[in-house]
Design a protein around this ligand. Structure first.
Ligand SMILES: C[S@@+](CC[C@H](N)C(=O)[O-])C[C@H]1O[C@@H](n2cnc3c(N)ncnc32)[C@H](O)[C@@H]1O
Length: 252
């Protein structure tokens, strides 16, 4: 299935770490380590790992990390950074909505729109995200915990105008925005349409439950400002902390 986000992230990769929202990576990693409380050597899965800003730090803290991403551009930045920092991360190029790993991990993260909420032009806005959650559920051990941060649908709705709805830029039914990006190629300028979804807390809770998780917390989770407290209406991202309970099976 065509996924325009690959083109976007392949172009964005060299500049990604210049973004202000990446500056709190160390605090985010502290939060993850504290939340999971895993012994050194435990295996953590980073879905939509990008340039590995969390993956590389987690590996530095003695965890075994597998980073999955669809963009070769982002992964090669990750490989370069891991080599520079002299840490080992297993990098896997795969679609988060369709992957299988040979070994179950002890925990998983999927942060800052790491695939979840980023749709290719042909993706169904509900099934695509459920498939990502089901793949993560299948890839971790019973009782393993999972941290997800994704776009806050309440903020998207509050920021949207009727004009954007009538122009087809904002779809209020799926809480989905469509915008275009131009990029240069040797053959000239090209343009792609990108789709991203937001999620309201009740929907996120239900989706995680359908995929076989028990939701422990829903917090505010805006990159750079994670906090253990209720989601604010206008903040950019939501955090879910969930657990794969023993015997839990995803719903059909
Ligand atoms: C905004 S970045 C977040 C990266 C990282 N988690 C972080 O916090 O910096 C989103 C990442 O998700 C990846 N991605 C988007 N769709 C994906 C998919 N279907 N499967 C796997 N990775 C995907 C992109 O390539 C990109 O690296």
């Amino acid at each position: 299935m065509k996924n325009e986000w690959i083109t976007f992230f392949d172009h964005y990769a060299p500049f990604y770490l210049q973004e202000a929202f990446t500056r709190n990576t160390l605090q985010e990693v502290e939060f993850i380590l504290e939340e999971f409380g895993l012994p050194a050597g435990s295996h953590i899965l980073d879905v939509g790992c990008g340039v590995g800003r969390h993956a590389v730090e987690l590996a530095r803290h003695g965890l075994r990390v597998t980073g999955i991403d669809i963009s070769e551009g982002m992964l090669s930045e990750g490989r370069r950074r891991a080599a520079q920092e002299d840490v080992s991360v297993e990098w896997v190029q795969a679609d988060a909505s369709d992957f299988h790993l040979p070994e179950l991990a002890d925990a998983a993260i999927c942060l800052c729109e790491g695939a979840f909420g980023l749709l290719g032009s042909g993706d169904d806005p509900y099934q695509h995200e459920l498939r990502i959650l089901s793949c993560i559920h299948a890839a971790i051990k019973p009782q393993a915990r999972f941290i997800l941060t994704t776009l806050n649908g309440m903020a998207k709705i509050r920021a949207a105008s009727e004009e954007q709805v009538s122009q087809g830029v904002f779809d209020p039914m799926a809480i989905m925005e469509t915008f275009s990006m131009e990029y240069e190629t040797p053959e000239g300028k090209r343009s792609i349409a990108l789709k991203e979804r937001g999620f309201v807390p009740s929907e996120l809770r239900l989706m995680l439950q359908v995929a076989g998780f028990t939701v422990e917390h829903l917090y505010g989770g805006t990159a750079g400002a994670w906090h253990r407290g209720p989601v604010q209406l206008d903040e950019m991202e939501i955090m879910a902390i969930a657990r794969k309970a023993e015997g839990d099976q995803p719903s059909p």
